[in-house]
Write a protein that binds this ligand. Sequence first.
Ligand code: 0X9
Ligand code: ZN
Length: 511
Amino acid sequence: MRHSIRPTNSVWSGLLCIQITFKEEQNHSEHESPITNPKSKPRPQRNPTIEPLTTDRDAAMTLPRPAPAPLLLLLQLIATAAITSALASGQIMNNTQAMAMALDVNEIPQRYDEAQLWRIYNISEAMQRQVPVGQVLEQKFGGNIWKENSKFLDISIGKEQLKAARSFLDAQRLDAQVLSENVQALIDEEHLDGINATAPEQGQRSKKAARSSMHWKDYHDLETIYAFMREIRSKFPNIVRLYTIGQTAEGRDLKVLRISENPREYKKIWIDGGIHAREWISPATVTFILYQLMSNWENQPAHIRGLTWYIMPVMNPDGYEYSRTTNRLWRKNRSPSRRSNCLGVDLNRNFDIGWAGYGSSTNPCSDTYRGSSPASEAETKVVAEFLAKRKYNLEAYLTYHSYGQMIVYPWAYKAVKVKDASVLQRVGNTAVQRISQKTGSTYQSAVTHEVLGIAGGGSDDWSRAALGVKYVYTVELRDRGTYGFVLPPKFIKDTALEGWTVAETVAQAIG
Ligand code: 0X9
Ligand code: ZN
């Protein structure tokens, strides 16, 4: 039987705008284990012009509603008391962090008006040992680290702290290149770009709830991504299985698709996205990979069709939704901490490999907080358990992040290369070349610690160390700093194609 997801046109825009009949999943059981599905928090949609897969009620909750005045006052009081107690308890917390905490209480969207994005070069290792520049900018000046690698540090600084942070850099004889004068403008541009790309043309709008709204002209909320996964499952019931492997701290499902014609015998490849909430291009790319696979499954070459694919587009659903609704630059998950009012653990510092080593933080307020113990987080734990049970024949682990345009391989937790580094480098180089031919983008392939520095607790290193997976890559998608995480939707298709090219190349290498 031929399964097909029907592209509407042959050109890019049409090719990517799949029109698949939407059917509710009541008749299907996707749970392999009897895990219940607790009521998730309301999930407001960011872009009301996208054809809804959710109900009208959900769509109506596009923006968080302003709290009535007395309630605001009360919330302010609570926030002030919380800030005072956190300061009293000796927690290192600057104004911005305290503000963010107050905002967590209110769930009022965080704005970045006139916040600047800086790139700071020439931070020597010696200087870094004396004055950890990123850490100081983060903790003293409310900076938000976007990217730290061997060559530079990208950090955004709120309007109020710009002067003071500049003086600090001057004192250190460091200069900052301004990548963006106004981070909020980047966020607004990203939003508008998505709205323009998806504005319904006259007479073209399909009936509500009659069609799936998946496309790659804009970023999607979790529910749309999950509906797409269900759709794939119901279109290909013989070869696709949809797992709910656990729930997050906020009660959202963690979902994985398996695509295989012979799960017992075929070699396996795992692909995940969305470990970091703000890297929206990652889930967009992973869903695109799913689409590339399934829109032409029967004609795929043997090296693709002859594999078992495990695909998890959003490993951090709570963080992803929080980034969509409340704080665009949120990185971690949203789990509460016992010893702090700050929320969230960096899932890519929470895996059980070099966990207490370099490159992560013990401070729950830090963006690289490693958690209270290895795999303390539901997301980490269930993924690790799921994979550990399936490690036989598991040949590849691909994890998609942004930004930087890099394809990196272990190790990250120590300054050593894996023994077959030359093979990984060769496959990485092939992907780099193919990407350049396809889209013209320049990517770089390298061993992680050399280009991104040492950091323990990463999913990539864990898959290699704990499961012995051979082809392990972290793919840092576009761009190289112009927009950073806030990549306008017009770049999704080509970036996702680059991500697909890496997956294709690795699949071919597995053979
Ligand atoms: O730091 C990370 O987790 C990744 N970069 S990102 O900007 N997307 O956050 C790089 C991960 C590389 N691998 C490990 N550190 N294990
Ligand atoms: Zn990341």
